[in-house]
Design a binder for this molecule. Structure first.
Ligand code: ADE
Length: 253
């Protein structure tokens, strides 16, 4: 079972991922375990202080190394007790490596992951130097803390674990699985406020439907994410489908 430990001053935030939807069900099924550690429980003074002013001056506060280090040590100890040989310790920060599908799939193979979610301006760099294996960012914007980023990581890792998604919702149908964005989806009714469902989807011809879906995925990726398109080698068939897409949508927005 995949073991997660999170170091955070807001443990209740993690109830949100642990309780809702497929990720909540996966926890009930015992497919992963999640334990939160609050650095305040390891603070030295009666106020349970975990932050202090930055050396060198400037605005904001910095998370002190000692409570964080002790919380991390407790997290790693629990992982060892749960049978994890070498937990991977990740600090969530905008300074980290950008998260993508390849990095998610790399993390899915781990036995145990310790997530360090900082608040304030950041954490004392000596904790990073001593205890952290890698830093990960979920995007080029700044959150008020690492908790939401840690939850994003937990969510996208857990949904890749065997047994979490049923066949019908298989992760192999997801965007990025094959380096492309997903195709558009439709359900009933056939006519919604003047808009119809593409005829091919009602044809019952599964080869044609598959071809249409791949064409839409290629077209959307080409239009919206040229960066992904450059990384993706196209087969002869895909190249033809993309050209078809370009012809069909020429002149439209
Ligand atoms: N903490 C604050 N902003 C973040 C981001 N974009 N990614 C990961 N951790 C963060």
């Amino acid at each position: 079972m995949l073991q997660f430990d999170v170091v955070t001053i807001f443990p209740p935030m993690f109830d949100a991922v642990a309780e809702a939807g497929v990720i909540g069900r996966a926890r009930e099924k015992g497919l992963y375990q999640l334990v939160a550690w609050n650095p305040r429980d390891f603070a030295q003074n009666a106020h349970r202080t975990v932050d202090d002013r930055p050396y060198g001056g400037g605005p904001g506060m910095v998370m002190m190394p000692d409570p964080l280090g002790k919380a991390l040590a407790a997290a790693k100890q629990r992982q060892k007790s749960a049978g994890v040989k070498k937990p991977r310790v990740i600090h969530l920060t905008p300074q980290g490596k950008l998260l993508n599908h390849a990095l998610v799939m790399d993390l899915v193979g781990e036995q145990g992951i310790v997530l360090l979610a900082g608040r304030y301006e950041g954490i004392d760099e000596r904790v990073v130097a001593r205890d952290v294996d890698e830093e990960i960012s979920i995007g080029d914007y700044v959150l008020s803390g690492g908790e939401l980023a840690a939850m994003v990581l937990i969510d996208c890792i857990v949904r890749q674990l065997p047994g979490v998604l049923g066949d019908a919702e298989s992760a192999s149908q997801d965007s990025f699985y094959d380096g492309l964005l997903d195709c558009p989806h439709y359900t009933r009714p056939e006519l919604y406020e003047g808009q119809v469902v593409p005829a091919v989807l009602m044809s019952g011809n599964h080869a044609e439907i598959g071809r249409w879906r791949l064409k839409q995925a290629l077209g959307r990726t080409w239009k919206r994410r040229p960066d992904l398109m450059r990384q993706r080698k196209l087969t002869e068939e895909e190249h033809g489908l993309l050209e078809e897409y370009k012809r069909e949508t020429a002149g439209t927005a």
